[in-house]
Design a protein around this ligand. Structure first.
Ligand code: CTP
Length: 413
């Protein structure tokens, strides 16, 4: 279950070739459990049919005839009032101009005027039209009124030229919609720092000591924190994952770099979640030149890296920040005993313990089976579930821990 589950999303589609991407967007949102009502403008009907959207949403699709039908006078009010968010994608220059000037000459613009929910706009148009001062002024007006803009992106345009004006891809738009839906969530105004992925400790210029962490659990935590309204900084080792929309990502390589950035980012943070698999040892001396195989077998002397959570704990005992600290315990033996010991020695509020020997969960997998242990003695054993579901539960517990401290949010949303 994600933040999209059960949400009422009103999707306004206007006349642009990007209409075909809006069908994909409607499909993705529906598959994620949202209830998607679509309004097609007259020009959108030149590009795509109501049947396309009806087929992917399973719901009646609204067109101009619904404005003038026998119940037209209540349709636009009802659609606008029931929605959790109004998404206009693609939004043409013409529709932006109408919205900026409060025109209400079709079902979509009438509905937008009547809607009390947040409005997310994904423009799609030729680069020249987008850059035109009139369009820019309209965008500014709408932003000042609280509309959120997603894109446009740079790329191939229908004119055959490259430029700014392309509607964002549906997957990215889903991220923007999640962000808007979560805006006033339980972590609104809170700064959450998450680490993810494995670190790399250089042996020589081409070789490293690393580990098998995929980063999936950390990235899922960053997404769940955005869904809860937090301002999220994701400190990431090298992983092949997309950064969730709304997350500020800082790439790091070594444990020492990660330590530096974590200490820096958590001076004023509400929460730190250390999901990264940090190397415990590194070569005491990284070779400046590539070690050649003709040479004798190299002996690599190791030294300990800094324990980041220990360092954060020491700082926290003086400053009080971060307010809540959560760690992970990757164990192959004595799961609970080892996790509990890390919970206390690293002075954590919460530890997420997982058995890395499990075949169906853990490193690299999309699923995890974890036990959550709290410093106050609370223990919650979770069944096998997706890393996104684990992330949601961890974020919920963290927000309860913050609530219990009764501290004010220190950052603006
Ligand atoms: N961690 C850390 N700094 C390190 C190593 C680990 O902050 N140098 C953090 C991890 O991000 C995790 C927690 O400590 O949140 C526990 O990591 P884990 O690898 O399970 O334990 P270690 O402390 O490294 O101990 P061991 O490897 O001996 O189990």
């Amino acid at each position: 279950m994600t933040i999209l589950e059960g949400k009422k999303i009103l999707l306004g589609v206007t006349g642009s070739i990007a209409c075909y991407k809006a069908a994909d967007l409607a499909s993705r949102l529906t598959q994620a459990g949202a209830v998607v009502d679509v309004i097609l403008t007259h020009s959108a009907l030149e590009f795509i049919t109501p049947l396309t959207f009806q087929s992917v949403t399973g719901r009646h699709v609204y067109t101009e005839s619904d404005l003038w039908g026998s119940s037209g006078h209540v349709t636009h009010i009802g659609l606008g009032h029931q929605a959790d968010v109004l998404v206009i994608a693609p939004a043409t220059a013409n529709t932006l101009a109408k919205l900026a000037h409060g025109l209400a000459d079709n079902l979509l613009t009438v509905t937008a005027l009547a809607a009390g929910c947040p409005v997310l706009i994904a423009p799609a148009m030729d680069g020249g039209m987008y850059r035109h001062p009139a369009t820019q002024a309209n965008i500014k007006t709408l932003q000042e009124r609280g509309c959120v803009f997603a894109g446009p992106g740079v790329g191939h345009l229908a004119s055959g030229l490259r430029g700014e004006g392309r509607m964002l891809e549906p997957l990215e738009l889903v991220g923007h919609i999640r962000r808007v839906l979560g805006m006033h969530g339980p972590l609104a105004g809170r700064k959450v720092v998450v680490t993810a992925g494995g670190t790399q400790e250089p042996i020589d210029p081409v070789r490293v000591i690393s580990n098998l962490s995929s980063g999936k659990q950390g990235y899922a935590l960053a997404q769940a924190a955005v869904d809860a309204g937090a301002q999220v900084c994701l400190i990431s080792g090298a992983v092949a994952l997309e950064t969730p929309v709304g997350v500020t990502r800082v790439d790091v390589r070594t444990a020492a770099e990660m330590a530096r950035v974590v200490l820096d980012e958590t001076t004023n943070a509400d929460v730190l979640i250390m999901a990264a698999a940090v190397a415990d040892f590194r070569p005491a001396q990284a070779g400046e030149k590539k070690i050649k195989k003709e040479a004798d077998l190299p002996a690599i002397r190791l030294e300990k890296t800094v324990d980041i959570l220990q360092a954060v704990g020491t700082r926290r005992s003086e400053s009080g920040f971060p307010r809540v600290v959560a760690g992970f315990a990757a164990e192959s033996d004595d799961l609970l005993e080892n996790a509990r010991s890390k919970l206390f020695t690293k002075k954590l509020d919460l530890i997420v313990a997982n058995d890395i020997t499990a075949q169906d969960a853990g490193f690299g997998s999309d699923n995890n089976r974890v036990v959550l242990l709290q410093a106050d003695g609370g223990q919650q054993e979770l069944p096998l579930m997706s890393k996104s579901e684990v992330a949601e539960i961890v974020i919920r517990q963290i927000s309860h821990l913050l609530d219990a401290q009764n501290t004010p949010a220190i950052s603006s949303p």
